[in-house]
Each structure stands twice: as structure tokens, then as C-alpha cells.
Design a protein around this ligand. Structure first.
Ligand code: TMP
Length: 203
């Protein structure tokens, strides 16, 4: 049986990444084979592209092409073979992030992004996308407390409000595969929401 493809989305500071390894452990305890990966990244080439996207100045088209190039390599070398082998793939961000960041945040043409999406992963969408929803102002406070900013994290709260709107639009366009996670409560409460969503998928 083909493996499940689960993606994690949300603005920087929403707290999604801290739930991925615990979810992998939770699934392994239940007998699942699990691959944990991330975008941009997940292969040697895609990790190299990640460094460029996160740290080099570039326009929105270049950014979009690079994240999709990274995605193509990641998909063909890692995600698709894992899914074909029956492995559950937990991926920290996927194409919804491109619609949210390049489309929403940068204001880049959504039609071009849809064309790239159709070219890079025809017929493949996540089985479940957990959208960690947190107000942009709260996420900014959480980010400031923990790490040095890359090109995206250094953006304004207004930018992240546009990214947030980009995610909301994507959820409205694909309601069946999204589960909204309220990322405001303390971590144990967020974890319970994550487990419930994944249990519902596996049922
Ligand atoms: P991360 O910090 O969650 O690993 O994500 C890296 C950054 O890359 C994050 O700020 C969002 C950004 N990004 C895009 O702008 N477009 C994309 O398609 C992806 C996958 C990430």
C-alpha cells in the first residue's frame, strides 16, 4: 500500500517543527515506517538550494523557481520512492508554502505558481496538511525569542499577515486535505490536536 503523505505548514514561529519528530516517534510505535523531511531541502541538491533561497537576495520569480527545483529533486529522489515503498512521509512544508510565501507574501502570480505545481508534481498532493494557525504578531514574538533571522524570518509582520492570508486562501481552495491546528495554546494542547488529526487520517 502507498504510504501517507503528511505536510506541516504555517508562518515562521507557529511552532509546527517541534511536533514533527514526536509524531514520527508516535507513528513508529504504532508500526509505521516513517520518513521525516523538509522543504526546501531533503536531498543534497535541495539543501544547497535552500541555503541560497534563505540567504541570497533574489526576486520572487527566482525564489519560486528555486523552491520548485528543490521540490522536484526532493520528490523524485526521496518522497516518491518512500511513498511507493509504503513509508509515511512527514514533510515540514511543501507547495502550500510556495503559495503562501511567494504568492501571498511576495505577491507573485498565483497562475504561474499553479503551472509550476502541475509541472513539478502532477497528480500528487498531501493526504493531510496540518496548518498551524497563529496570529502574525504572536509568531513574531515567538521568533524574536529563539533564533537569528533568515531572509524570510526578517520580514515584517505585514509580510506574515499576507503569508497567513495566502495559507487561508489555499485552505479554502483545498478544504478536504487541510486540518487547522490552533497554535496559540500551550504545546501539549497543540500536540493533542496533531494526534487527533493524524488518527482521523489513519482510521
Ligand atoms: P523553515 O524555516 O520552516 O524550514 O522554512 C524555511 C523558509 O523557507 C520559511 O521561511 C518559508 C520559506 N519557504 C518559502 O518561501 N517557499 C517555499 O516553498 C518553502 C517550502 C519555504
Amino acid at each position: 500500500m502507498r504510504g501517507r503523505f503528511i505536510t506541516f505548514e504555517g508562518i515562521d514561529g507557529a511552532g509546527k517543527s517541534s511536533h514533527i519528530e514526536p509524531l514520527a516517534a508516535w507513528l513508529r510505535e504504532r508500526g509505521h515506517q516513517v520518513l521525516v523531511t523538509r522543504e526546501p531541502g531533503g536531498t543534497a541538491l535541495a539543501e544547497t538550494l535552500r541555503k541560497l533561497v534563505l540567504h541570497q537576495p533574489m526576486d520572487a520569480l527566482t525564489e519560486s523557481l528555486l523552491v520548485f527545483a528543490a521540490r522536484r529533486d526532493h520528490l523524485t529522489r526521496s518522497i516518491q520512492p518512500a511513498l511507493d515503498a509504503g513509508t509515511t512521509v512527514l514533510c515540514d512544508r511543501f507547495t502550500d508554502a510556495t503559495f503562501a510565501y511567494q504568492g501571498g507574501g511576495r505577491g507573485f502570480d498565483l497562475h504561474v505558481l499553479s503551472q509550476l505545481e502541475a509541472m513539478v508534481h502532477p497528480g500528487l498532493q498531501p493526504d493531510l496538511t496540518l496548518w498551524f494557525d497563529l496570529p502574525a504578531a504572536v509568531a513574531a514574538q515567538r521568533r524574536a525569542a529563539v533564533r537569528a533571522a533568515d531572509r524570510f524570518e526578517a520580514e515584517s509582520t505585514t509580510f506574515f499577515e499576507r503569508v497567513q492570508a495566502g495559507y487561508a486562501a489555499r485552505v479554502a481552495a483545498h478544504p478536504a486535505r487541510f486540518t487547522r491546528i490552533d497554535a496559540l495554546p500551550p504545546q501539549p494542547e497543540v500536540w493533542t490536536q496533531v494526534c487527533t488529526a493524524v488518527q482521523t487520517l489513519l482510521r
